[in-house]
Design a protein around this ligand. Structure first.
Ligand code: HEC
Ligand code: HEC
Length: 237
């Protein structure tokens, strides 16, 4: 790939010119302090990962997201994000802000994944916003629960939590039908049970470190309960 140095150079040039124009507006010397805001006017909290030398993200472009997704991601995550492979999560109809957060955190390593880190590393903030908008607009196909024996335990946990362990019901954050609540709480309904299982175990074991909330919740569940709720969620619609 000899595309990379060129795009890095471009990013550097863009970042430099953005910096220079900020410096001109504020009258700060170009070689001076990195933060143009004065102490009296703190900059608003940045909504994106601070590590990125961010070129400002424009309005999400669904057509560009479609093109990029189908060129790079569809082979694993399926047409329109409806992955048919249990290990590869379904992404269709997921909340764009949640998708962007995951891609940023794969890129930074906060959510470790040997597979996704490399793909996320090649995306700009703008690509992430575009792909998020594209996937959020794709209709999810319904999934199915498979394990008759466990499904009622799964339903009990999802809808009621476990009082004796102070486990809150999943409905409280992920909504009764699993559609989630934008922008923070992801859609779970129809997700492959294998994938959901792997994520709950990763939260519990401290491997997926991007949600203290979910780590606490998963820590209260044993393997059988994780299996049950994962299967139940696959059939939610
Ligand atoms: C080689 C297969 C493969 C390719 C190609 C791939 N992914 Fe993934 N993706 C995965 C796997 C496997 C996971 C689950 C990672 C884990 O266990 O945390 C995943 C997870 C994700 C997640 C997290 C979903 C969630 O519900 O939290 C997002 C978002 C994602 N991928 C987006 C993308 C995008 C965008 C691209 C293209 C730029 C892409 N993926 C390319 C295999 C792939
Ligand atoms: C207090 C709110 C809250 C409750 C209750 C909650 N969750 Fe979550 N959950 C979250 C948040 C926030 C995230 C997103 C984490 C992130 O940003 O990576 C999440 C993410 C997840 C994910 C990862 C989704 C993906 O696509 O990778 C799974 C699976 C999940 N929750 C399952 C559950 C289950 C099962 C329960 C009930 C036992 C539950 N959650 C209860 C807040 C909650």
């Amino acid at each position: 790939m000899n595309k990379k140095p060129a795009s890095l150079l471009l990013a550097a040039v863009l970042a430099m010119s953005a910096f220079l124009s900020v410096a001109q507006q504020t009258g700060a010397p170009a070689g001076g302090a990195a933060t143009p805001a004065t102490a009296a006017t703190p900059a608003p909290a940045a909504p994106v990962a601070p590590a990125a030398p961010a070129a400002p993200v424009g309005k999400a472009d669904i057509a560009a997201g479609d093109a990029k997704y189908n060129a790079v991601c569809a082979s694993c995550h399926g047409a329109g994000g409806n992955s048919g492979t249990p290990a590869n999560p379904r992404l269709s109809q997921q909340h764009p802000a949640y998708l962007v957060k995951q891609l940023q955190e794969f890129k930074s390593g906060k959510r470790p994944s040997p597979i996704m880190q490399g793909f996320a590393a090649q995306l700009t903030e703008q690509d992430m916003a575009n792909i998020g908008a594209y996937l959020g607009a794709q209709q999810a196909k319904p999934g199915f629960a498979k394990d008759r024996e466990l499904v009622s335990l799964g339903e009990k946990i999802y809808r009621g939590g476990l009082q004796d362990r102070q486990l809150p019901a999943c409905t409280g954050c992920h909504s009764p039908n699993g559609a989630g609540v934008p922008a923070q709480y992801p859609r779970l309904s129809g997700q492959h049970a294998d994938y959901t299982y792997s994520q709950l175990v990763a939260f519990r074991d401290g491997v997926r470190k991007n949600s203290p909330q979910m780590a606490q919740i998963a820590a209260k569940l044993n393997d059988r309960e994780i299996r049950a709720v994962s299967d139940y969620v696959a059939g939610l619609r």
